[in-house]
Write a protein that binds this ligand. Structure first.
Ligand code: NAP
Length: 315
């Protein structure tokens, strides 16, 4: 069967880079396609403290720099272009790029990742970039000496609230329940930090501001009460949404939120099509998981290419 590549990996975050590393070492004719710079959501993270081997922690930027250097050492071919469309069901799969190119391959690993979820309240859209942010690493330094808010109670919200205390005088965490979802060590650090306050059982109703940016957040509590919180910035860190716009969702099995369903071998419902990282339907989104899934997906693809595994399909 003729195709430009044996394998195309879509997305250059930790999952895609890990798959690329295994493919390059397996001498599989592979292309990794990435629309921006490699890295994905890790680049939104200031500090990674739970990646094994980095005993003192590592910045998101440095971790990606090292992962990229690692695939480069084994000569992985990369192309920087946006995928506009995919044709997946047949034995030869086609990847359409925004530069007009059309590439064919025999197997594909989807590593398109996820992006921060939006709150969907009044003022959020209009004030994005003017006080409303989804990335503490990118925008934290703008809030030196100011009072800001963080929405959410997961790992991202608490880790980034801690990071934001390096700049802001006060960080108020607004959480819709009365306990955090974040891992214990982050909770302990946040509760011990004098610059972090909590508003429990609290939901943002409206974000207000003017030409100078955000100046107030309207908050409603479970018991029916309400308050205004005067802040100049609000970081919305409430989970992730799938980057699935370019995926043929009618051809793939996806969950209710639009994440791709696979089995433990990373096989999707289409033979020769694999998934890894945050775009995969699962409970836990960790860098180590993404990296493990990338390796697993590539090894499954290798078996498929060698004809040792015939059909794919999750459930
Ligand atoms: P998450 O774990 O899904 O937590 C989302 C948080 O936002 C939850 O506290 C949730 O409240 C809240 N929330 C969701 N929708 C909301 C809404 N409409 N209004 C108000 N609050 C809302 O998401 P995440 O913290 O972004 O993390 C994503 C994944 O990355 C997770 O698997 C996480 O473990 C991982 N991660 C890991 C690390 C780390 O290991 N250090 C760091 C960052 C991220 P409820 O609790 O009430 O549901």
């Amino acid at each position: 069967m003729q195709a430009d590549y044996q394998l195309i990996i879509i997305g250059g975050g930790p999952a895609g880079l890990s798959a690329g590393l295994y493919a390059a070492r397996g001498r599989i004719k592979t292309l990794l396609v990435e629309k921006g710079a490699p890295g994905g959501q890790v680049l939104l993270t200031d500090w990674v403290d739970n990646y094994p081997g980095f005993t003192e922690g590592v910045s998101g930027f440095e971790l990606i720099e090292k992962m990229t250097a690692h695939v480069d050492r084994f000569g992985l071919e990369k192309k920087f272009a946006a995928v506009t469309r995919l044709d997946l069901p047949g034995p030869v799969k086609t990847v359409f790029l925004d530069n007009g190119e059309k590439l064919t391959c025999l197997s594909i690993i989807l590593c398109t990742g996820a992006r921060p979820r939006k709150l969907g309240v009044e003022g959020e859209e209009e004030l994005t970039g003017q006080g409303v942010s989804y990335c503490a690493t990118c925008d934290g330094p703008f809030y030196k000496g100011q009072e800001i808010a963080v929405v959410g109670g997961g790992n991202t919200a608490i880790q980034e609230a801690l990071h934001l205390t390096k700049f802001a005088d006060k960080v108020t965490v607004i959480h819709r329940r009365d306990e955090l979802r974040a891992t214990r060590i982050l909770q302990e650090k946040a509760f011990a930090n004098p610059r972090i306050d909590f508003l429990w059982n609290a939901q943002v109703r409206k974000i207000e501001g003017d030409a100078n940016g955000v100046n107030n957040v309207q908050i409603a509590f479970k018991d029916g009460s309400a308050m205004d919180l005067a802040v100049t910035g609000i970081f919305i860190l409430i989970g992730v949404a799938p980057n699935n716009e370019i995926l043929p969702l009618e051809q793939l099995q996806v969950d209710d939120a639009g994440f791709i369903i696979s089995n433990t071998e990373m096989e999707t419902s289409i033979p020769g099509v694999y998934v890894a990282g945050d775009i995969r339907s699962k409970n836990f989104r960790q860098i180590v998981n993404a990296v493990g899934e990338g390796a697993n997906a590539e090894l499954s693809a290798e078996q498929f290419l060698a004809g040792r595994k015939h059909e794919a399909g999750p459930h």
